[in-house]
Ligand binder design. Structure first.
Ligand code: HEM
Length: 472
């Protein structure tokens, strides 16, 4: 249509670019990168077709900010795939539910509450160190299972105030991973999108089983939280009223308490929010931590700078991280941000275009879906000639050589529906990494690593690390 962006080359009659779905998740990642580069080189906007369905792709930060603030709906086919697993919590909620729930949940991510999580993050870091110690002498290992488990437990301990047993978290993580793989396999075999055919496959039974385990875990967390609150209420009732007032005043409400006490959510909505928060908070943060270990482990000069900053801030000690340390860990923060820029864990987000939007060079028409290629934005020439290089220093150089557009860093997305857990994630990653890099030299080589696109990107081979204990 007039004014619309150009079509991605390679469209075939009837199926459009649908043949791009016939591959594995490593191939998807290659394809997605190719599309993003084509978009970057051809005016920052294009569209591709899956059958007759049109998907726009954008790589210009200003265009993306505009669209993300005008359109907040995520009502897409891809959304439907993920919703079966995540439920319709905040991440994939329809717009009226999202508006109501986001307002309700926001206060549980304020700075005062996050500061209260610091002791938990320190303890979790120490638990992770214990697990890593068991690998110290073995040469190479995959840190993913350890990191996944610690982060999942941290999310439950902080946002829900509940302890998830190790066996339950292992069961959850296995089922979740399997469910995502099954979901993607089903989506790509487009004939399985017909319920009649899908219901006849083994995949349906396997998938239902995985989703059941994932949902049982959120139910268990909710059940534990309710029991804990009941016990606390009983304790409060048994002491005198002055103490009751003190306890109430001092307790900043965590995510689960806000939801439980609001009385505006149905039981089903409550379960979806808990489930969504566990997944949105844990899979993301643990994947970024693994990428950070791999990248920093591959660049000894970066790691030594982190180590000397840690030695200065902690005066060579192994003590816990305190609130005032966090702002002093500038280089570590730069290395985390550069990890998020370089391997943008969520390489795209999707919006449903529900009204016509005029962009710099084209117009988006309602009724279509739009991919914001966050990967493309992070490879935009505005980052400079060294855009393809891992350089934490770019975040600290003075005069600044960062892009003039403050939204050029999009790892947590932008606009009204951006990541609610950004500050939480940065805090937990800083604390965990500051424990690891004080005690260990991490050795890795990301140059031969293979990455797959499984909704988010994840390393799938060549991602082993080894550890050398430092003399403290
Ligand atoms: C490094 C870690 C993380 C990254 C890179 C990340 C990234 C993202 C991205 C790209 C989105 C999509 C936004 C959109 O559709 O525009 C998102 C949404 C979301 N994230 Fe995160 N996230 C991280 C950690 C967390 C944590 C720790 C939590 C909670 C504890 C969290 C909770 C959420 C929620 C609830 C949403 C949905 C927000 C909404 O629709 O209103 N995330 N995140």
């Amino acid at each position: 249509e007039p004014g619309e962006p150009p079509i991605l080359p390679g469209s075939l009659p009837l199926i459009g670019h649908g043949y791009m779905l016939l591959g594995d998740t490593v191939y998807f990642w290659q394809k997605f990168k190719e599309i993003s580069y084509t978009c970057l080189q051809n005016g920052h906007a294009l569209y591709f077709l899956i059958g007759t369905q049109k998907f726009y792709v954008l790589t210009d930060p200003e265009d993306i900010c505009l669209v993300s603030n005008v359109c907040v709906a995520k009502d897409t086919v891809v959304g439907a795939l993920i919703r079966s697993l995540l439920g319709s919590g905040l991440v994939f909620a329809d717009v009226p539910t999202w508006k109501k729930h986001r307002k309700l949940i926001m206060p549980s991510f304020n700075q005062q509450i996050l500061d209260g999580f610091i002791p938990i993050f320190n303890n979790q870091a120490k638990r992770l160190m214990k697990k890593l110690e068991s690998e110290e002498d073995d040469k190479c290992f995959d840190p993913t299972p350890y990191v996944n488990q610690i982060i999942l437990e941290s999310i439950c301990l902080t946002t829900m105030d509940v302890k998830l047993e190790e066996a339950d978290s292992v069961k959850f993580l296995e089922a979740y991973d399997q469910a995502i793989s099954n979901g993607i396999a089903t989506y790509c075999k487009f004939w399985l999108r017909c319920d009649l055919l899908y219901n006849m496959t083994d995949m349906k039974i396997k998938q239902e089983n995985c989703i059941r385990i994932v949902h049982e875990t959120s139910d268990l967390v909710l059940q534990k939280k309710r029991m804990k609150n009941k016990r606390n209420r009983a304790k409060i009732n048994s002491v005198d009223n002055n103490i009751e007032a003190d306890i109430k005043k001092d307790t900043a409400k965590c995510f689960a308490d806000l939801l439980l006490e609001s009385n505006v959510l149905t039981e089903q909505e409550l379960r979806h929010e808990v489930n969504g928060m566990i997944i949105a908070g844990s899979d993301t943060t643990s994947t970024v931590l693994v990428f950070a270990l791999l990248l920093i482990g591959s660049y000894p000069e970066v790691q030594e700078k982190i180590y000397s900053e840690l030695t200065e801030v902690f005066e060579g000690s192994n003590r816990d991280v305190q609130k005032q340390d966090l702002s002093r860990l500038e280089y570590l923060e730069a290395a985390i941000k550069e990890t998020l820029r370089y391997y943008v864990m969520a390489p795209f987000v999707i919006r449903h275009i529900d009204k016509e939007i005029k962009l710099k060079s084209c117009t988006l028409k309602p009724g279509n879906n739009c991919f914001f290629s966050l990967y493309g934005v992070h490879r935009h020439p505005m980052w400079g000639d060294d855009v393809e290089e891992f350089k934490p220093q770019r975040w600290l150089d003075s005069p600044s050589r960062l892009p003039a557009n403050a939204n050029a860093f999009m790892a947590f997305s932008v606009g009204k529906r951006n990541c609610i857990g950004r500050a939480y994630a940065m805090m937990t990653m800083k604390i965990l990494l500051s424990h690891i890099f004080r005690q260990y030299r991490v050795l890795a080589d990301h140059s031969n690593m293979k990455v797959k696109l499984n909704v988010i990107i994840k390393p799938c081979s060549g991602h082993l690390i080894s550890l050398e204990k430092r003399n403290m």
